[in-house]
Design a protein around this ligand. Structure first.
Ligand SMILES: Cc1cc2nc3c(=O)[nH]c(=O)nc-3n(C[C@H](O)[C@H](O)[C@H](O)COP(=O)(O)O)c2cc1C
Length: 148
């Protein structure tokens, strides 16, 4: 089965719950690797968890997740993204499917900026971005209720 890697950062657990829900949604259609970025992955300001990066190397689809902090992804997620630059230079993640998810304390909270960042990261890597195929406000179960 193809592998879905969900790479995310979470402190108080909300983004983690979204990641777990995504893993449940993907189960059956793919193997799923939950790759939670930890504070101790970052040494002297650099993300240094090579085995997490190697998990993404093996994946056919990657979901990026982070709480929105100060209008963008958390610094811990950004440290991971910065560490992917060697892969970027060789386009090793090209043609993988990519998606993203975020949380925030406010209904808007500039969270779209975090999602836009994920899409740009995916584009830099030559990945294939998957948006939400649910028109805003249309879903009876409330998904994409704010419209994005
Ligand atoms: C340093 C910091 C900055 C934050 N900035 C934002 C923000 O810009 N917009 C927003 O909606 N929420 C913001 N929040 C709230 C978090 O995004 C929110 O609590 C989120 O659910 C935390 O995710 P977690 O439970 O996965 O750690 C911020 C929280 C912290 C600690």
């Amino acid at each position: 089965m193809p592998l879905l890697a969900i790479v995310y950062f979470s402190v108080s657990g909300t983004t983690d719950r979204l990641a777990q829900a995504m893993a449940r949604g993907g189960a059956g259609a793919s193997d799923v690797a939950l790759c939670r970025i930890a504070g101790h992955d970052i040494l002297s300001g650099r993300f240094q968890n090579e085995s997490l990066l190697e998990t993404i190397d093996r994946a056919g689809a990657v979901a990026f997740g982070s709480p929105t902090y100060m209008g963008g992804p958390a610094a811990q997620f950004k440290a991971f993204a910065d560490a992917s630059s060697d892969r970027w230079s060789q386009q090793r993640w090209a043609n993988k499917f990519a998606a993203g998810f975020t949380t925030g304390a406010c209904a808007s909270g500039d969270q779209l900026h975090t999602l836009t960042y994920f899409s740009i990261l995916a584009a830099q890597h030559g990945m294939l971005w998957c948006g939400l195929d649910i028109p805003g406000g249309d879903d009876p179960s409330g998904r994409n209720r704010l419209g994005s």
